[in-house]
Each structure stands twice: as C-alpha cells, then as structure tokens.
Design a binder for this molecule. Structure first.
Ligand SMILES: Nc1ncnc2c1ncn2[C@@H]1O[C@H](COP(=O)(O)OP(=O)(O)OP(=O)(O)O)[C@@H](O)[C@H]1O
Length: 567
C-alpha cells in the first residue's frame, strides 16, 4: 500500500466511522492495533439507526481526546506498533477525525439555526377563531338543532349561538366559525354546517352526582382541549383549580379540537333522547332512567364529518392521504409535548373539514379517556386491574395491551398514540384497520410479519412510516415527532434529502432556512393549501436536529429496516 493510498484509506475510514456512528468500536479498534493488521473493510455490527446517531458526538470526542493524549504521551509508537504503514493509516485516521471537527462546528451552527427557526415559529401562536366573549356559559345561550353523533358517554348536537351574532360594530364572534368562508370549502357529501356552526356535546352523567365540583372531577379529561376562557372564571366552574381537580390543558393546535365553552346545566330533553338514550336520562325525564339531573356540556366547532364517515365514501389521493397521516402525527406530537396521551385514537374520534382548496383538515377529538395527569406525565403507575389503560382495546399499543398490573409497574404511553396512528393509516389508504375486532390482529400478540401490506399506490415512505410505527417494541418505534419529520421530508425535502445522506448538516440548515422563508413569505403551503402551511409551521416550530437526523436515518436506511441495519 502506498503512503498516498494509506492516507486516503485512513481519512476515508475516519469519515465513515463518524458518519456511521462507529466511533466507539473504532476507538476500541485503534486500541487493538498493535500487532494486528488494520482491516479497512466493514466491521460487522448491528446498529439501529435511531440509537447510533444521537450518541456519536460523545464517542467522537472520546476518540479525539484519546488520540491527542496518545500522541502527546509518546505512546503513539507503542500503540500502533512498529509498522510505518499502520502509523500512516492511523495518522490519516486522525486527520479524518480532524476534518470531522470542522463538521462538528457546522453542526453547532445548524443547531443554532434550528433554534432560531424554532423560536421564530413558536412566537406565532395558532389562532382560535373565538376571542373572549362574556356569554355562552349557559345552555339557554344556544339554539340546539338535531343530533349529529353519539358515543358511549355523550350525545352531540348541532347548535347556534344567537348571542354571538355580531352587531354592526362587533366583528368577532362565534359566528366567525362559519363565516371564515375563504378557509373552508364545502364538499358535496359533507356540506359545511352553516346554520349551526357549533356542536354541543352533552355528557351522560350516571355516577358523578349533580354538584359542579363532582361533575368536573369525574369528567375533567374532557376539558383538556378547553381554551382558557372556556370556563367561567368567577362562576361555578373555574379552571384555576379552586373547584375540583383540573387536568393539564393543551395550547391551540390546528390538529387538536378546541372546546370554546364548558358549563354544567340541568339535562334537557333533546331531540331523540327518549328513543336513543332513555336509560341515561334523569328520573325527571324518564322514571326508569339512571342519569343524574345535571351534567357537563362542551361547546365546539361543528365539523362536517368524522374521518370514519369521510373514508366510508372517499379514498383520499396519495398526497392527501400522506397529509392526513401527517396531521395526525403532528396532533399526537403536540399532545406528547404537553405530557398528554389521548389513549382512544380511532377514526370516530377524528373530525374532518376541508380547507379552501378542498384538502382535508383533521382534528383529534374526544379526550374522555386521555392521560393528562400532572403528577405522572406519560408514565402511568399500573398497580392494579382497576387502573384504566384507556379506551378502545382494539387499538391498544402492544406495550399497553400486554402490561400486567403489579407493584412498581409503569406503562409508558409516550409512543402509544403514534402506534394507533400507524394502524389508522391503513384506513386512510383504503384498507380495513388490521386491528379492528373481531377478526383483526391483536395488539397483545401480533407479529410484525403478519401486518398486511398497504395498497401499492401508498407512497413508499408512508409504507415505511407505518411499518415502523407498528413495531411492537416501543424502543424501536419512532416517536410521533420523528415519524412526522419523515413525512415532512418525504413531502417537501426529498431533493434536499438526496444531499443529506452524507451528513452535510450545513446543507440541512440551508434547506430549513429556505423552508422557513417560504412559509413566512407565503403563509400558504407549496400548493397553496392552508393545511400544508399549518403543517410546515408545526414542523418548523418543533424542529430539533437530533429528531430530524433520526428521521433521515430511518429514511436513508429504510430499505434495510425489516429488522435492523447491518453495517
Ligand atoms: N365537534 C363535532 N362536530 C361534529 N360532530 C361531532 C363533534 N363532536 C362529536 N361529534 C360526533 O359525535 C360522535 C360522538 O362524539 P364523541 O366521540 O366525542 O362521544 P363519546 O361518547 O365521548 O365517544 P366514545 O364512545 O368514543 O367515548 C362522534 O363520533 C362524531 O360523530
């Protein structure tokens, strides 16, 4: 081997060691040099891309400082043995690492750029159409229309708020929910509810008693998506915690429902009550009923349909399907960041409307089963069978479905909702959810090889994301953030990605800056859709270099990911 050849091999080794995250084994290898022939070939080791990327700087620094120490102490000759060729290769290896120092600098710049981008987009809060209003805290403030939905815990009715009709001078009101016409477009199957722009959810109260405090205590999870003005501050219910236990609430997000008002009131006899839910009525309305006299009412925007209803009549196009999956991941990531797990994600609990270009916008709703405990975050102590693990048993992630209660047992929900999104993607792309009972796979026992393939028109990156989201082992499953980043990159960064697989982080920062500038200047997504614009804002306001790098790792090594990547 010529010196020139040895140098280039050493530098190449130094670089690839860095890029592949193999600094730790390389450091060990260097320590073993003496008397051994250096193999420049691929060391055989199984590495998960999500685990090797974040750790690399640590090993890199260890190796560099170890190398410097060896050189200074004169131990270099001892370390590499007498062969001049080995010394050259090893020195070149050091040069390769030195070049990486430069990359490390670039990294720091990229991290700084990311932080600036994040700060810029975090400042701009997602707006809720309802500004503070003094009315709407009583049932009498609303005109109630027909029933639009029913679940196991509540009936939902369309509603209008005559108090909120704007006078000449008043521009903002609940009515804006319907009059934002440039934001909403009608669909022939699901016309926009114009006469009744609101939806009132009447909870069925069978055990809580009729005091406001008891109702709030037992149904407090429903208030997680409530706006700060949803509850009357100085009235019977208060969000400041004086009345009962109040869970965390989530800041506004385009893919999470907003509850504009919440109040308790006597249960009224609404259309269809006697026929459809007589048992949960109070004896005042049905002598055989077991419901309490008062209950909780939640006021939201009235959406044209649920995701399930929409998918019943439409199969979204490839791009719309990807945007829909991405919105769910963004919504779930937002909840995770607030330490909230929804725990009942299913297509009935996702509402849908259309932006002006007809692109479906999804919002996650029904927080009745959520985990939003200030004390335990996303880790639920599972001491006994009486502890609720969440809603729909069919869509329980494996780590939740297989948990057995006992002292010290904790269920980690940090990736459970992301798993459910993976299963819902089948529905979005026109297939039945493989986990729906009674004949579906079971979360507790399925093998990943049993997962059906998605239809061939599903984008390859979406197929990869779904396969990863449905991994049994949550440690090998990407978080909602990483999965969302993968879809963002797939939708808008594929060209940039082609240059990123060499870990050129300065280019990554450039690309992010371009994205930010585009979103800031345009206020619309690449194809003019407000859904896309919101998604890009979500992406940029949550940007984190390590998460992004992990997403790139998954995409770049995606084809080899059936079990693990062998380097
Ligand atoms: N804001 C809304 N706009 C339009 N329809 C809605 C709205 N909220 C709920 N619905 C309809 O009402 C149905 C029941 O609502 P929801 O899921 O909140 O009730 P639930 O009793 O808590 O359900 P579950 O049985 O899942 O616990 C939904 O599936 C949907 O069809």
């Amino acid at each position: 081997m010529s010196v020139k050849h040895a140098v280039s091999r050493g530098m190449e080794l130094g670089r690839s060691v860095f890029q592949l995250g193999l600094l730790k084994p390389a450091a060990r290898l260097a320590a073993k040099f003496r008397g051994e022939r250096l193999r420049v070939g691929q060391p055989s080791r199984t590495v998960q891309p999500q685990t090797f990327l974040p750790a690399r700087y640590r090993y890199y620094r260890m190796s560099l400082s170890g190398l410097a120490a060896q050189l200074q102490s004169g131990g270099f000759r001892r370390l590499v043995g007498g062969s001049p060729r080995n010394r050259v290769v090893f020195l070149a290896f050091g040069v390769g690492l030195g070049l990486i120092e430069q990359q490390f600098e670039d990294d720091r710049k990229s991290v700084a750029a990311c932080q600036q981008i994040q700060a810029m987009f975090k400042k701009k809060k997602f707006e809720t159409p309802l500004k503070s209003f003094v009315s709407g805290y009583k049932l009498e403030d609303y005109v109630i229309g027909k029933q639009i939905g029913k679940g196991c815990n509540a009936a939902v009715y369309e509603a209008a708020a005559p108090f909120a009709v704007p006078r000449e001078s008043e521009k903002c009101s609940l009515v804006e929910l319907k009059s934002n016409s440039n934001e909403q477009s009608a669909s022939p199957q699901f016309p926009y509810p114009t006469i009744y722009p609101l939806a009132v959810k009447m909870m069925w109260n069978m055990g809580a008693g009729s005091s406001s405090e008891a109702i709030l205590n037992s149904m407090s999870q429903e208030l997680v998506p409530a706006t700060p003005h949803a509850l009357k501050q100085e009235g019977e219910l208060s969000l400041n915690g004086h009345f009962g236990w109040v869970p965390k609430t989530v800041p506004a997000h385009p893919n999470v429902i907003r509850v504009y008002r919440a109040f308790t009131a006597d249960v009224p006899l609404l259309p269809g009550a006697v026929e459809e839910y007589p048992d949960v009525l109070p004896t005042r309305l049905n002598p055989m009923g077991v419901g309490n006299n008062r209950t909780l009412f939640l006021v939201m925007k009235n959406y044209p349909c649920t995701l399930r209803q929409y998918l019943h009549v439409c199969t979204p196009a490839r791009k719309d399907g990807t945007l829909m999956a991405l919105q769910l991941l963004e919504g779930v990531d937002h909840l995770c960041r607030q330490g909230i797990a929804h725990r009942d994600l299913k297509s009935d609990n996702i509402l849908l409307e259309f932006d002006s270009g007809g692109c479906p916008r999804l919002v996650i709703t029904d927080f009745g089963c959520c985990l939003a405990d200030k004390s335990c975050g996303l880790e639920l102590p599972y001491n006994g069978r009486w502890v609720s693990r969440g809603g729909n048993a069919c869509l329980m992630a494996p780590e939740v479905a297989t948990a057995t209660p006992g002292p010290g047992v904790v269920i980690d929900y940090s990736k459970a909702d992301a798993w459910a999104v993976g299963s819902i993607c089948y529905e979005i792309f026109g297939e039945p959810n493989p986990f729906y009972c009674p004949h579906g796979l079971e979360g507790r026992s399925y093998q990943e090889t049993q997962l059906p393939t998605l239809p061939t028109n599903t984008p390859a990156d979406v197929q990869l994301v779904v396969r990863l989201l449905l991994r049994r082992n949550p440690k090998k499953r990407p978080s909602a953030r990483v999965a969302a980043n993968m879809l963002h990159l797939s939708l808008w960064g594929r060209r940039a990605l082609a240059t990123l697989d060499r870990a050129k982080l300065s280019e990554l920062a450039d690309w992010l800056l371009c994205q930010s500038a585009f979103v800031l200047l345009n206020g619309r997504g690449p194809s003019g859709s407000s859904v896309e614009a919101d998604l890009q804002r979500c992406f940029l306001s949550n940007i984190d270099l390590e998460d992004l790098r992990t997403a790139i790792g998954f995409l770049v090594y995606g084809q080899q990911l059936s079990s693990a990547v062998t380097l």
